[in-house]
Ligand binder design. Structure first.
Ligand SMILES: Nc1ncnc2c1ncn2[C@@H]1O[C@H](COP(=O)(O)OP(=O)(O)OP(=O)(O)O)[C@@H](O)[C@H]1O
Ligand SMILES: [Mg+2]
Length: 218
């Protein structure tokens, strides 16, 4: 079933936070979620493993094994999420070769966007090498709750250059950090309603994209 990779050449933009929050939210809705953690530091697998959720499985992967692992996981899971490391184009190429959708999280700064467009180019190069269209979309992360002009500038810069950008943004909230401290999904953390609603909106938008892709392929 759908394989979604999260990738950015830039570190610290929220790939692992997003993978963890989306994986838990999907699993709590009863979907069989499989998370493949391709970052040797293993944060996503360590934390999500400690969440102890039914319907959610995690494993680590290297560039030597990831293609095989994704191919196996997609036959059993309802959704496969791949958390990629902040650097390492080899593993990115292998992961995207088996992905239906690549999400490119980027912080709302000019420098972050420059780095993110390099990741886009790496995905485009992989797509060309594989002779296969790989759908990719940018996503603004680390966006302040009180709306500032920088998120709008960042969106305008990306959209102005013709890149697709998710409507939903990952908002900066302490609840996302608490999720990792407590090893609990947002739904089980007091005062995390805003973060949980943020994740639900992101999830709904991703599901819409997957549904339109499935319709287009039918
Ligand atoms: N939306 C958010 N709200 C609050 N803190 C966040 C948010 N997103 C990320 N962070 C924090 O920012 C730091 C980096 O986030 P994270 O590890 O998810 O990024 P990453 O892109 O996976 O980084 P790396 O490239 O190093 O793997 C972490 O300390 C995390 O708790
Ligand atoms: Mg990470």
């Amino acid at each position: 079933m759908p394989v979604i990779s999260l990738s950015s050449a830039k570190g610290g933009v929220g790939k692992t936070t997003l993978t963890t929050a989306l994986g838990a939210a999907w699993a709590l809705r009863g979907e069989a979620v499989h998370v493949i953690d391709a970052d040797p530091r293993g944060h996503a697998s360590r934390h999500l493993g400690a969440f102890g959720l039914d319907h959610l499985t995690v494993e680590t992967a290297t560039k030597a094994t990831i293609v095989r692992q994704i191919s196996a996981a997609r036959t059993t899971a309802d959704v496969v999420l791949v958390d990629l490391p902040g650097a390492g184009e080899d593993v990115l190429t292998f992961a995207v070769s088996r992905s239906n959708l690549v999400i490119l999280p980027t912080g709302p700064s000019a420098m972050d966007i420059t780095d993110a467009t390099r990741t886009w180019e790496a995905v485009a190069a992989a797509s060309e090498a594989l002779d296969r269209h790989i759908q990719a979309v940018f996503m603004l992360t680390r966006v302040k709750h009180f709306r500032t002009s920088v998120a709008s500038h960042a969106r305008a810069q990306l959209e102005g250059a013709g890149f697709p950008v998710l409507r939903s943004e990952l908002i900066e909230r302490v609840a996302f950090q608490e999720m990792m401290f407590h090893n609990k999904p947002l739904a089980q953390i007091g005062g995390a309603d805003g973060a949980a609603a943020n994740v639900a909106a992101i999830l709904a938008e991703i599901e819409d994209i997957l549904a339109s892709m499935a319709k287009a392929a039918a």
